[in-house]
Design a protein around this ligand. Structure first.
Ligand code: 13P
Length: 251
């Protein structure tokens, strides 16, 4: 059966010393969280080695926020999957809406990145989600379905054991505007149906689907109570260890 996960996407926040302190604070409180809830933090690339060290001996997983779509060579400024693995990282987020929106991340690129990440032994947290215009036009199901299919239909049922999907409606990210539990649940159920159509019901049932977008201690319980919401990808509230842990205690 699928695992519940609460993952903190730190985005472009914290210096290295601040990141180490935050990771240590999360690790120190991790024992309060039941073992069946997975905790993951995703600091910036520059922090990965130091945060891996800070998390040693704790159950908290380590994720990158992105990876290159090439293996190595003359790609200035890029970070390869092998580099990530060598830091002690076990996951990478891919396809975050901020990368799609500001850095031209396409579904085609995400297929390449997902292939490389899985081949290197990383678990992938693939983000999907519609923007405000798409939601207001009633296209949210179609957009999320297409994003999910365009990337994940290139993979096998076995690959899916290492894929986590995160539904993050763009209009709810960093805005304080959370999708209602019902709005989130109907999209999560739709994603699971899309996965079942290609990989079968067992794989769909075993896939963790996270919600992201202004998730915080005050609304996590209601969101996580939904049958198809298996945890959260947390932005702002992951920058405070207490809030992050509080969210992880909301199942
Ligand atoms: P906020 O929780 O700050 O809205 O960010 C959500 C997010 O984008 C996580 O990846």
């Amino acid at each position: 059966m699928r695992k519940n996960i609460v993952a903190g996407n730190w985005k472009m926040n914290t210096t290295v010393p601040e990141g180490i302190a935050l990771a240590k604070a999360v690790a120190a409180k991790a024992a309060e969280v039941p073992a069946e809830v997975g905790l993951v933090v995703a600091p910036p690339f520059t922090h990965l080695c130091a945060v891996a060290e800070a998390l040693k001996g704790s159950p908290v997983g380590l994720s990158a926020q992105n990876c290159a779509d090439k293996t190595k060579g003359a790609y200035t400024g890029e970070v390869s999957v092998d580099m990530l693995v060598s830091t002690g990282c076990q996951y990478t987020i891919l396809g975050h809406s901020e990368r799609r929106q500001y850095y031209g991340e396409t579904d085609e690129k995400l297929v390449e990145k997902t292939k490389l990440a899985l081949a290197a032994g990383l678990k992938v947290i693939l983000c999907v989600g519609e923007n405000l215009e798409e939601r207001e036009a009633g296209k949210h199901f179609d957009v999320v379905k297409a994003q999910t299919e365009n990337v994940l239909y290139n993979f096998t049922a076995e690959d899916m054991a290492n894929v986590i999907v995160a539904y993050e409606p763009v209009w709810a990210i960093g805005t304080g505007k959370t999708a209602t539990a019902e709005q989130a649940e109907e999209i999560h159920a739709c994603i699971r149906k899309v996965l079942a159509a290609k990989f079968g019901q067992t794989v769909a049932d075993d896939t963790t689907i996270l919600y992201g977008g202004s998730c915080k201690p005050s609304n996590a319980k209601e969101l996580f109570a939904q049958p198809d919401i298996d945890g959260g990808l947390i932005g702002g509230a992951a920058l405070k260890a207490d809030d992050f842990i509080q969210i992880a205690l909301s199942f």
